[in-house]
Design a binder for this molecule. Structure first.
Ligand code: UD1
Length: 296
């Protein structure tokens, strides 16, 4: 199959193209040059908002996997217009190009942030969606557009809603990286861990490799068409528990600094992943302990 992956220089995209290149002809599209280029993958430097480029690439693709996005909740709060441009207009552009090029499947990487604060736990895919942050809104808009293209133009769409993705490939120095990368980076430098709020907020941390596995299960699978799937491990860990684990693994005496809660921060989030298990046969393979050990 010929597959176009947007965001191949990103954390998820970089693992994804590596895996897909084993059995497919893969092209990656990203603004940045990949730090971990995969053998046999053609990389194109460019913007998902560039319609002519998107058309050129989609014309030669059987499937599009859209991972490119502005991924930081915090950044969406400080620059909601940039967030909307990348996550809404960028997605819309890719959907338009994919539809006009008659690709056979469009897999949209959505987000658990589209749910907002849970009204019931665990959260299944039918849970109401009331995002708290501009980021949650933009990811939800992208997903809604994707399904609207399915209903209106017949594009075969699958949405995957990852919880908190982590891996050694996330940049620890970026202020917009996830909490695991931030904590590990600081622990390695023997600096105190920065906890926002009281640290009791929970997240389900899912290794990038497990998200790649779910995408693989959806690719070319008619049971995935028109469907959305939660992607996590099904287990939640608090930020305080995460800090304990990172400090223990570092083997150093490291303190913590408490800061104000972040604006738009969700308190508790635990996914129900039974739909993906049942429909796709998805089984997360990396638990947090094993995943964190990779960093040290
Ligand atoms: C993350 C993802 C987002 C994804 C969403 C799905 C990143 C950067 N963001 O958002 O793309 O769609 O999950 O659920 O990966 N925290 C600290 N100290 C820090 C950094 C963070 O205490 O130094 C706290 C935050 O306040 C938050 C929690 O850790 O409560 C997780 O934050 P973060 O890793 O930035 O991810 P989310 O905002 O959950």
């Amino acid at each position: 199959m010929k597959i176009l992956v947007t965001g191949d220089a990103g954390q998820l995209g970089s693992y994804l193209v590596g895996e897909l290149s084993k059995g497919h002809e893969v092209t990656g599209l990203d603004l940045r040059k990949p730090e971990h280029p995969a053998k046999g993958v053609r990389h194109v430097c460019g913007d998902i908002g560039d319609y002519r480029l998107a058309m050129d690439l989609c014309r030669h693709a059987d499937a599009v996997i859209h991972t490119a996005a502005q991924v930081s909740v915090d950044r969406s709060v400080s620059d909601p217009v940039l967030d909307a441009r990348e996550n809404i207009l960028g997605t819309l552009n890719m959907l338009e190009a994919a539809t006009k090029s008659m690709v056979s499947q469009f897999i949209y990487i959505s987000s658990a942030a589209t749910y907002g604060n849970p009204q019931k736990i665990p959260l299944d895919e039918g849970h109401p969606r009331e995002p708290l942050s501009p980021y949650g809104v933009s990811k939800l808009a992208g997903e809604n557009y994707a399904f609207a293209f399915g209903a209106t133009y017949g594009l075969k769409v699958t949405a995957i809603r990852p919880f908190n993705i982590y891996s050694v490939r996330q940049d620890p120095d970026s202020p917009y990286s996830g909490v695991i990368s931030r904590f590990v980076g600081r622990a390695k430098a023997a600096e105190p861990l920065t906890v926002h709020g009281d640290g009791t907020q929970t997240r389900d941390f899912v290794h990038a490799g497990d998200v790649v596995a779910m995408i693989g299960l959806c690719l070319g699978n008619p049971k995935a068409h028109g469907q959305a799937f939660n992607c996590g491990t099904g287990k939640a860990v608090s930020v305080n528990q995460l800090a304990d684990m990172v400090i223990k693994l570092s083997g150093k005496k490291i303190g913590r600094e408490n800061y104000e809660s972040r604006i738009g921060d969700i308190m508790h989030i635990i996914p129900d992943i039974s739909k993906a298990k049942k429909v796709l046969g998805y089984r997360p393979a990396t638990d947090l302990k094993k995943g964190l050990a990779e960093f040290f």
